[in-house]
Design a protein around this ligand. Structure first.
Ligand code: ADP
Ligand code: MG
Length: 277
């Protein structure tokens, strides 16, 4: 075991030597990230060399036509998938050479996730769901911390309920509280408002915005909705696995116009499906 750990550290040290220097204050850094599926003639370049730096304490939206690589980007940046080439840093840590165990630990403690389908555990109470990341990290149950987290998302007094007793918007607010409970380096959100009506979506987006503005959280959100993207500080566009420009914030109609132009110029049947990512 000790030997294994040592060799892992050496591999990591090699990776760090090869990787470009970290940018101070960066929460997420991708350098030359490629992700290829399959080999030879039938291979797909889901990411074809992505370089970006997302500063700590910012809210970034990622948009692009269907098949442009948004999900692949999110999974590579969050340590859920391994790039074929390039390097990924999270909170200043090079994750590229990490073992599965190290990645799991990193995701538990330093990354928060919010998914379109909420992904709460139905048999657990709201409080237990919120404290799950801490429980997995072996920390004691902290009722006060859970209460604070729930109060922040407007769910004070709901701690003992089960997810099924809550509306969709309330469930997503529980998921936001859970994503923030470990004060992660980055919160990754994949279409967090995709299953919500407009009003409820605005509440959830307001919570993410508030977490960035008051807690210094860093949020990276994939969305196909220009109105959702307008809540972010910056919108990055992907096309055919590569960055295709950005916008510093809204308004939504400007973001929608950029998306429409991108979809029109992107070739292929997938892209014809348009912004329905
Ligand atoms: P988006 O989320 O923007 O719709 P994805 O990241 O899901 O795009 O996919 C980018 C490209 O990679 C698409 O061409 C898709 O078909 C392909 N792709 C994604 N996942 C796989 C996979 N597991 N195997 C093969 N091809 C994949
Ligand atoms: Mg996707």
């Amino acid at each position: 075991m000790r030997l294994r750990l040592r060799s892992t550290r050496r591999q990591q040290a090699d990776q760090v030597r090869e990787a470009p220097a970290a940018t101070p204050g960066a929460a997420v850094e991708l350098r030359g990230v490629r992700r290829q599926y399959g080999r030879g003639a039938g291979s797909v370049h889901a990411l074809a060399g992505v370089d970006l730096t997302l500063p700590s304490g910012t809210f970034t939206a990622v948009m692009g036509p269907s098949g442009s690589g948004k999900s692949t980007f999110l999974q590579c940046a969050a340590g859920l998938d391994r790039p074929t080439a390039g390097s990924v840093r999270l909170g200043g840590t090079e994750i590229t050479g990490m073992s599965e165990n190290e990645l799991t630990e990193l995701r538990r403690g330093r990354v928060g996730f919010v998914f379109q389908a909420f992904n709460l555990l139905p048999s657990l109470t709201v409080e237990q769901n919120v404290l799950l990341p801490m429980r997995l990290a072996g920390q004691r149950r902290d009722h006060r911390r859970a209460a604070e987290a729930l109060a922040r998302v407007g769910l004070a007094g709901q701690a003992r309920r089960r997810p099924a007793e809550l509306s969709g918007g309330q469930q997503q607010r529980v998921a936001v509280a859970r994503a923030l409970i470990t004060r992660p380096d980055v919160v990754f959100a994949d279409e967090p408002t995709g299953a919500l009506d407009t009003g409820t979506a605005a509440e959830v987006l307001g919570l993410l915005r508030h977490a960035v503005d008051t807690l210094g959280a860093t949020v990276v959100m994939v969305t196909h909705d220009p109105v959702a993207a307008a809540w972010a500080d910056r919108v990055l566009f992907l096309a055919d696995g590569a960055l295709a420009g950005g916008l510093e914030g809204g308004p939504a109609d400007r973001i929608a116009a950029r998306m429409a132009a991108l979809t029109a110029r992107t070739s292929g049947a997938d892209a014809m499906a348009g912004a329905v990512a």
